[in-house]
Design a binder for this molecule. Structure first.
Ligand code: NAD
Length: 246
């Protein structure tokens, strides 16, 4: 499935990660200019090099919880002349049960997964073109809960409510805000989960397999495209049917 993103600028965070990287590849193939952000400078450089088309890629390496990095991202967006799509995919997924979770662990997940999305969105909001699109990253965990990931699950549920509230505020500019909720997608984030729990999760998934990053990225590009011009405030589950059995 291809869409036309020529002359469009797309900002993707977590771009060195499994799903962010695939989103970058699809948007680039469809003609977009990219601003790619990630905490890991070397991995980010490798992704940008592998994508090719350096004239259409700008990178910002840094921690999105750092105000200086947010300022740099905003300045990069300004130089690019604004944004047509915002895809904040950066996130962390740490194991910890509620009983032993420290407030620092709770806050770290809140800070990266939720607060930084709010701050980034606020920073670039004046530079979003009319009819731009935002796609936030929720999760199956946000609706079903996730044992040993209460902090993560809470941020993912909150992102849906945040996005819908934002959609109410900026719909008059033609800007749409949607979310995807991936199930079990094979990336570095789910390595441990798949090792420890993968078989059970496969049994619970009607399609009998885990998803690929590309299968999430195609939904993200769809939501940012003209094909989804009347889809707004929506949450799309991408989980092979795992949700139904939950
Ligand atoms: N993989 C899955 O099965 C799955 C399921 C549900 C939701 N998600 C969501 O999809 C998104 C992408 O996940 P993924 O599987 O590609 O994960 P990933 O771990 O492969 O990639 C996440 C990326 O975010 C970056 N990052 C983390 N903290 C950052 C920070 N403070 N500043 C800047 N960058 C930071 C990491 O360096 C990494 O490159 C995440 O929001 C995740 O919660 C993934």
């Amino acid at each position: 499935m291809t869409y036309d993103f020529s002359n469009k600028t797309v900002l993707i965070t977590g771009a060195a990660g499994g799903i962010g990287k695939e989103c970058a590849r699809l948007f680039l193939d469809d003609g977009a200019q990219l601003i790619l952000v990630d905490l890991e400078p070397n991995a980010l450089r490798e992704v940008a090099d592998a994508l090719g088309a350096p004239e259409r890629i700008t990178t910002v390496a840094g921690d999105l919880t750092d105000q200086n990095v947010l300022n740099e991202v905003r300045a990069t967006v300004e130089i690019a002349g604004g944004l047509d799509a915002l895809v904040p995919a950066a996130g962390i997924y740490r194991d910890r049960d509620v009983e032993s979770m420290s407030i620092q662990e709770w806050r770290q997940t809140m800070s990266i997964n939720l607060d930084s999305v709010f701050q980034l969105t606020q920073a670039v909001l004046p530079h979003l073109h009319d009819h731009a699109a935002i796609v936030n990253f929720a999760s199956l965990a946000g609706s079903r809960g996730s044992r040993n990931h209460a902090h993560y699950a809470a941020t993912k549920a909150a992102l849906v409510a945040f996005g819908r509230s934002l959609a109410l505020e900026i719909g008059h500019r033609g800007i749409r805000v949607n979310a995807v909720a991936p199930g079990i997608i094979r990336t570095q984030m789910t390595d441990t989960l798949v090792t420890t729990n993968g078989e059970l999760l496969l049994q619970q998934t009607p399609l009998g397999r885990h998803g690929t990053a590309q299968e999430v990225a195609t939904v993200v590009t769809f939501l940012c495209s003209e094909a989804a011009s009347f889809v707004n405030g929506e949450l799309i589950q991408v989980n092979g049917g795992l949700y139904m059995t939950g």
